[in-house]
Design a binder for this molecule. Sequence first.
Ligand SMILES: *Cc1c(COP(=O)(O)O)cnc(C)c1O
Length: 460
Amino acid sequence: MDANRLQHLPPVNEVLGTPAGRELLGRFRREFVVRAVREALQEAREALLAGGEAAPGPDELAAAAQARLSAIAGSGPRRVINATGVILHTGLGRAPMPAGWVRTGYCDVEIDRATGERGSRQDHLREPLRWLSGAEDALVVNNNAAATLLAVDTLARGGEVIVARGQLVEIGGSFRMPDVIEASGARLVEVGTTNKVRAQDYLRAATERTALILQVHPSNFRLVGFTEAPDTGELAQVAEELRVPLVYDVGSGCLFDTQSIAGLEAEEREPVVAEAVEAGADVVCFSGDKLLGGPQAGILVGKRGYIGAMARSPLARALRVDKMVLGALGHCLEAHLRCDEGGQPPAERLLRRDAERLRERAEALCAKVRAALPEARLSVEPGLAAPGSGSLPATGLPSWRVALSTDRPEAVARALREGEPGVFPLVREGAVLLDMRTVLDGEWEELAQALMNLARLRPG
Ligand SMILES: *Cc1c(COP(=O)(O)O)cnc(C)c1O
């Protein structure tokens, strides 16, 4: 190791004096520019000690510092194009949000306009949620896991919660129903077998400590074959007989009949919130960012007494939602109330897209890229898209894909993901696939451009 070579590295001040260094000092606080330069110098030093050849000059070091600071200052989730065909992709933020749903500036989140006194943030969405669900009252919290926790904690703390064994689901690897029940200080009482449970099982399991019956939609899998479980109406009767509330976690928060979606298997159907309320569930809870199509939130609707008790719980404060979420959720609910061009949140529109239109889009995209890149090996093929996030798990929605043949699909996919905006494709052996169902209106030009940019990567 030649220690002399380290001396060829410029001092911090020289790097700061370069054009890029001065640009950085005009944009970022001096302490952070100096830190970025020091880190760049340290990296260069380590590279030289590890046997690196040439010491970088001041301009190169300033550029390295610039890249470092820009990356840190530009942190946070960035917009990407979802070409996976999974509509509610948890890694990509589940339901897509339109720009117009985001509030800026001040807002009247917790104030009474008439009196100027402090109000309740829960007042804003009570009416639309009541109209859409048919329930008496509503409460919005951070997510559906929080909604379930709040319901069990408020209504069953210290008591017993009866759940069918086949409904003790795990969702997304971190949300397990038994853990949620335990976290809320209630005791779980399992009834039935994995595939069969009857109303009698619930009645037989009841004791004087029984506080709640919990029904859970097994959202991310489907039990087929020899199965039986009481429906919500029967469970409501059992709950009434035991004088305890029935809480139903429907998962996706679907407000429409999913049977109206083309390509859906006849026996597969998401529970509809209003139907669960109508059938007699005392409290129904669901996610805001699944089939409801809004921001991350957990929504509880149901009987006034139960919802009120949950709203007054000290836990409700810890689980409360932010004004931005309430604003976006308000827009989402408005979309569900409307029938004109403002109707249906984006996620539902993707679910209802016409496959033939997707084929046309795939062909147009192919033609455009081919015109610019005649050597690209592109083709259009049919495929199956998915609702995702555990909704309608057995459903494949007919879709169309642009397939890019390449002997390096992983490298091509990575280049697409790391572009700006990032494009998230599917990877198959020998090909990268772009599913058209989840590419939003207005993203087609950018997607074509991203494919054309791959020319630099020599797609072969
Ligand atoms: C998705 C899901 C949850 C968790 O909802 P989050 O909003 O992600 O917290 C809970 N229960 C069911 C049945 C679900 O499908």
